[in-house]
Design a protein around this ligand. Sequence first.
Ligand SMILES: [Zn+2]
Length: 264
Amino acid sequence: MVSVPTEAALQVVLEDYLAQCHGDPVHVAATQAYLKSMTRKALRQYRRRPIRNIKKEIDLWNELYEFSCSKTPEISGKLIREQLRMLLEKEQNYQCCYCRRPLLNAKQIEHVLPRSKCVQHTFNLFNLVICCIDCNRRKSNNIWSVKEGEFTSEQQYPAPEAFDDLYHPRFHNYNEHIKFIRLQSNHHNISIYKGLTGQGKNLCANILTHLSKKEVFVNGNPDLKEYITTITQHAADMNTQADKAIRVFQAAFACATEELLCDL
Ligand SMILES: [Zn+2]
């Protein structure tokens, strides 16, 4: 029997986040009001989608990042995201939500239901988690579920029970779904995963098995491993030229390894 949180438990988590959505209690109410306005914007985009060209839409997640309030400089999109990232990281015990490896500097706020397909859930707390760059790349805008059509077309966020073929990091207990072994020596790190449920097997097939292969590949190339580690440790969720260049490199490297490893 797979356990999922009750509605009451989720409400407690939500209230807890809203009470801490700004590091300074003085700015909590205004930050909540701003987040509510962004949620309304996301819903408007969702409602217009059937008639609007998605490519011409404003990227609301980016808009949040760029937001700054001239009257109250203490409230900015950058600070809101930093606060959110800090709380999520703590909740996840500083581990990636999918592979459970320790989060290094490159930690992405990931949308479980991708915002490109489910814009209505862009600011839904239960759709947000932190994952490593490898899992983020692999996950991309995929929804590995037969219910993809339902998830993308409904305005309300799906109940935990609806994720019966897709692992959801906020709703599922990792240990019930995935078993993993991590071996570490002076020079190598190897992770092996086994799916215990339908959701766990799905996650292994789409992300974790590939990740294991990539680790073996990179570990077998000491120079490559050193360069990748350096790049990973310097990658940040910023918008500088260097950060953009690093992201382009990471995407190209992910594609190259994917092609190389797909038949193994
Ligand atoms: Zn990961």
